[in-house]
Design a protein around this ligand. Sequence first.
Ligand SMILES: [Zn+2]
Length: 279
Amino acid sequence: MFANGLLSLNFRPLPKSYGGVLRFALAFILFAPAPAFAWGAQGHEIVATIAAHQLTSRATAQMARLLGSPAMLIHDSNWADEIRDQRRETGRWHYVDIPLHVPAYVAARDCPNADCVVAQIGRARLVAGDSRRPAAARAEALRFLIHLVADLHQPLHAADNGDRGGNEVRIALQSRRTNMHQVWDTRMVEALGPQASRIAADIERGVSPAQLKSWQAGTPISWANESHDIARARIYPMVGGRRTLRLSPGYVRDGLPVTRMQLAKAGMRLAWLLNTTLR
Ligand SMILES: [Zn+2]
């Protein structure tokens, strides 16, 4: 545990000459097609904030030493999405395509060459916890671990119906055009409110000791199966094989309890993995 003040993010001010570049970048972001990133940056920030509150002082100190400061747990939580274009080989590490019609994950079918989120969480954990490895390699593994545990809890990152995890299910929602994957990545999280730290605190307050105990167990495989189950039971039945559909405004409201629970599980499990890895 550490003082709350350490959690405030330390953003460096940009030199003035960056203004034009920033405006250009912003215009590009606004008009570019929506990328299929997980949870959106805010979802990752919420998960990392929950985890930060649950870390032992020993894990916090090791994490801070590897990443530069305690605040970097949150600051770096979306790094793995930001480098996807430069590190193409990491693109498949953010999800696992478990076919919708099967009951559970099978490594040989769903994760060839260890190129999926389940295997990469295991790999990142091994590297991050190995004190014989160079600090830079451990720091990078830690950044992947922080990010990928959150990704695995977005249900559409562990299910596929021949539609790239819902990316090819086109959605009309309140006059906006999006897709099913994006709805669960970002629209659900946006609907929780604007401030990640406040949402994280609110979600944590709702977790009972019994839930915490039952959630901080299992493996990335069982967590993938949980996400897959949610996609099968909760998300795909109403899609009904369609590739275009209109959602009512109530759809997002009705999905919020699932989103809150998955963010809570991801945060608590990330803390558990970090506490048992950085010892
Ligand atoms: Zn991701």
